[in-house]
Unconditional design. Structure first.
Lengths: 113, 113
């Protein structure tokens, strides 16, 4: 279970590490689009776009559906909840360390006076 | 400026896409450590650990300092603030879309009755 979650985090962070893939998500966040509609404004080939979409789909960040000869892309099903939890947990740990450091410095000041 | 920020997001998300690198950050969050101290519990070579640390250092997630013959590693200076902002912004956009969809469904129900 933990192993599975770690792999999902790997895939999600990896998918988000590319500016074109983040821009695709931002575009799809405004509404679904076909692969051609996505490829055009980014100025990349259909093959290049399909590779990016595959990475996003493997991470669960994009879902695609073929209707006739057209493949439609949309956001989801993953909503970045786990990724946000990891980041918030890490930042809390950093803050707690800073708090403890602050207390330590206060104690040291107290001993000086 | 925007370009620079995008590259920083690329590097940060890329650095976080590996389970060993996330575990290194969690370990350093509890306090600084030498490269050898980090390598041992993970069961990886010093060379392997140095490669992971380089990726984390390039993303600003880890800083290292050489004292005599020992290299100390610590968290920072980056605190994942930008990454969290991107994720929160994306999730807000998804939520707003769901809200609009909900309103649309309510309107449709209203027209039916």
């Amino acid at each position: 279970m933990v192993q599975y979650q770690a792999q999902r985090l790997d895939r999600t962070f990896g998918a988000l590490s590319d500016p074109t893939r983040r821009a695709i998500l931002e575009r799809l966040g405004r509404g679904r689009a076909t692969v051609s509609e996505l490829a055009e404004p980014f100025g990349i080939s259909l093959t290049g776009m399909k590779k990016h979409l595959q990475v996003l789909e493997d991470a669960g960040l994009v879902s695609t559906e073929k209707v006739g000869r057209t493949r439609w892309c949309a956001v989801g099903p993953q909503d970045l909840d786990e990724v946000q939890q990891w980041i918030v947990g890490y930042r809390l740990m950093l803050e707690e360390r800073l708090d403890r450091l602050g207390e330590l410095l206060e104690d040291m000041k107290g001993q000086e006076s």
